[in-house]
Design a protein around this ligand. Structure first.
Ligand SMILES: [Zn+2]
Ligand SMILES: [Zn+2]
Ligand SMILES: [Zn+2]
Ligand SMILES: [Zn+2]
Length: 99
């Protein structure tokens, strides 16, 4: 663990005393805003694809609203995407009622 003493840093999210430094963006963050499992700050985490959790997101699914990466989103038009999971579920956008 890095010693931050004498060089106090504050969480980039909430301004509490930072105890971790994000491995991705280098932002100092407090315990609350750091995901130890992913080694990411909450800012980077929120930018990550919610479906695979590996790649940076490029947009969000217009059906379920989750953000996804280019692997997990299928482009429907210039600005709209649907995620592979919704697509697999037969979820073509539109209010489809169950028969
Ligand atoms: Zn914080
Ligand atoms: Zn980060
Ligand atoms: Zn993904
Ligand atoms: Zn979806």
């Amino acid at each position: 663990m890095k010693d931050l003493e004498g060089f106090k840093k504050y969480c980039a999210v909430c301004s509490a005393e930072a105890v971790y430094v994000c491995s991705k963006c280098g932002r100092p963050v407090c315990r609350q805003h750091y995901n130890l499992l992913k080694n990411l700050c909450s800012v980077c985490e929120s930018l990550l694809c919610e479906i695979c959790g590996k790649n940076p997101s490029i947009g969000y699914c217009i059906n379920c609203g989750r953000v996804g990466c280019e692997d997990c989103l299928v482009q429907l038009s210039t600005i709209s995407y649907i995620c592979v999971e919704c697509l697999r579920r037969g979820g073509r956008v539109r209010e489809c009622r169950q028969a």
